[in-house]
Design a protein around this ligand. Structure first.
Ligand code: GTP
Ligand code: MG
Length: 346
């Protein structure tokens, strides 16, 4: 899972990146793209690890990419370099400046920045889509494919992101590999000054986000950076004193998991306790393929113990003795928290 932090120059991307990753990248313009990976905290993995005492505990992870803004003129468009970086992300986290930045002349205007970013993405997608459509027509391609591209072209021309075009109108399989920007998940982080770390998102911005099919949350990047620098105990106190619920990383992960409809299943044993991320609705056989392609090819059945059941009985044997082990075939829809053991034969 890859999330790209984007936004205009000086909006606070690197500050957010530091708060999330716990790294200490110098803020201020460097033009460098930075990468950082974080573990997705999961108390269920902590618990399982305590029981199995495995040699290795592996959490799901998310990598973040800090993509620098454009400098020189203020609010110049997305450069080809920036666009390329965004194309390789699974989701975009747009950082909007809503604090006075002494290095910049303009007053903060998050709504305008959101529109400017959205328009840039629309234009970039239109170019891709028009090119593709020309080619498909020349090649007299499949009518369904042409129709899909016609429909999204029309949506883009009206300023609508592709992510808002419903599944029953187009066949998204045709869009794979084109990395269309407005089809990516968009999460907006409204970055406010310290005094407003605990304020709420303005209604007009909220409404606009919902039009764009985006999710949003509010933070103060400098406060978050400060929180990230404290040890765990002080963090909890500081967060509570500020009236915040949890640090930005936890909020961002929650938003991402719910937007992308991601769930986790687990594999357990003495060698490793591990979390795997899949989309809800993934079948047992495909989920097995995440672990190893051999497990998918030679899949026979999956032995499933839901996490809560496991915790109730305390061991695999006790679950079996109680007759609570689920034996499932390849079509089984893996649920969040399933502990899975794949039986396979090659
Ligand atoms: N007061 C205040 N200042 C902030 C906040 N977030 C970032 N800043 C400051 O704004 C300046 C720019 O922050 P950066 O994190 O470097 O912004 P950026 O988006 O990475 O900028 P570029 O990489 O140059 O595009 C720095 O001086 C930060 O300390 C905030 O929440 N409040
Ligand atoms: Mg930066």
């Amino acid at each position: 899972m890859k999330i790209g932090l984007v936004g205009f120059a000086g909006s606070g991307k690197t500050t957010v990146f530091n708060a999330i990753t716990g790294l200490d990248v110098p803020v201020g313009f460097s033009g460098e793209v930075r990468l950082g990976t974080v573990k997705v905290p999961d108390q269920r993995i902590d618990q399982l690890s305590r029981i199995f005492l495995p040699q290795k505990t592996t959490y799901a992870d998310i990598s973040f990419c800090d993509i620098p803004g454009e400098h020189g003129a203020e609010k110049v468009g997305l450069s080809p370099g920036t666009l390329q970086h965004i194309q390789h992300q699974d989701a975009i986290c747009l950082v909007l400046r809503d604090f006075p930045n002494p290095a910049l002349e303009s007053d903060p205007n998050p709504m305008e920045d959101l529109d400017a970013f959205h328009t840039e993405c629309i234009f970039a997608d239109l170019t891709t889509v028009e090119k593709r459509l020309d080619r498909l027509r020349k090649e007299r391609a499949d009518i369904q494919e042409i129709t899909t591209f016609e429909i999204i072209k029309e949506a883009l021309e009206r300023g609508h992101p592709i992510r808002s075009v419903s599944e029953d109108k187009i066949s998204r399989v045709y869009l794979r590999g084109f990395n269309l920007l407005t089809d990516k998940i968009l999460i907006v982080a409204l970055n406010r000054d310290e005094g407003r770390a605990n304020s709420s998102m303005p209604a007009h911005l909220k409404a606009h986000l919902s039009d764009l099919g985006a999710a949003g949350f509010l933070l103060s990047a400098s406060v978050e950076a400060e929180i990230a620098g404290l040890d765990v105990e002080d963090q909890t106190i500081f967060i509570r004193d500020l009236g915040l619920e949890e640090p930005v990383l936890a909020r961002l992960i929650k938003t991402t998991y719910s937007l992308l409809d991601l769930i986790s299943f687990f594999t357990v044993g003495e060698d490793e306790v591990r979390a795997w991320t899949i989309t809800r609705g993934t079948k047992a056989r495909a989920a097995a393929g995440r672990i190893h392609s051999d497990l998918e090819r030679g899949f026979i059945r999956a032995e499933i113990i839901p996490y809560d059941i496991f915790m109730e009985y305390g061991s695999e044997q006790a679950v079996k003795d109680a007759g609570c082990l689920q034996v499932e075939g390849k079509e089984y829809l893996v649920a969040d928290g399933d502990i899975m053991n794949v039986r396979f034969n090659l």
